[in-house]
Design a protein around this ligand. Sequence first.
Ligand SMILES: C[S@@+](CC[C@H](N)C(=O)[O-])C[C@H]1O[C@@H](n2cnc3c(N)ncnc32)[C@H](O)[C@@H]1O
Length: 233
Amino acid sequence: MSSADRPSRTTEAFFGRRRGKPVRPQQAAALESGLGAYRLDLSAEAPSDLRTLFETEVSAVRLEIGFGGGEHLLHRATEAPMVGFIGVEPFVNGMAKMMMAVRQTPLPNLRVYDDDATQLLDWLPPASLDGIDLLYPDPWPKKKHWKRRFVSSVNLDRFARVLKPGSKFRFASDIDTYVNWTLLHCRAHGAFAWQATEAADWHRPYEGWPGTRYEAKAIREGRRPAYLTFVRT
Ligand SMILES: C[S@@+](CC[C@H](N)C(=O)[O-])C[C@H]1O[C@@H](n2cnc3c(N)ncnc32)[C@H](O)[C@@H]1O
């Protein structure tokens, strides 16, 4: 069965759309071959050293959850060829866009997973990641949907298990209630220390920040991004 035919599954933390517009034949071909080359096989045991997952020598491994069209992930993986990047995106059209890009310019320091990030997190060995980026996660602004938000005590347990001590969890959002929610959850969790020394830190983009597609839309619509950084203690 091709990846494009794979049916939707019920997952623990993915509530969004799995598909948008039909993927064009060229994108479907890129998706098929790209997933064949880059997709992690979670039915195999995870290696104790994640650096061995990559086709090139890397010195650290970072994870981006919900990369959308992959603009930020592509930028980071291109600017840091000695860092291995794992990108997770269940939305087929987003993954197709990313696979079109790597068909043009292959990235030996990239691996991807096309389903709920909780599955990947549970597969990873303890203290194996050098960073997690959760950039503009689905905001679920209505109070009755807050429980769907990716940041939760159970997912922070997952982050705490897989992050190396001293490594960073970065969270960006344009939705004030989600920013507050994340600050409160991280404080209550205990394994994450917020790295802000002054009020301006909250609104200062990360170093080398290229922006994301979702962020550009949020800014166009008049919302102000917040960039939080937590250190795994
Ligand atoms: C609002 S979009 C932001 C996309 C991108 N980060 C950006 O800033 O342009 C959130 C993304 O998270 C993905 N997502 C939602 N739940 C997820 C989950 N449980 N695991 C992995 N990705 C998820 C969605 O498919 C969607 O592409």
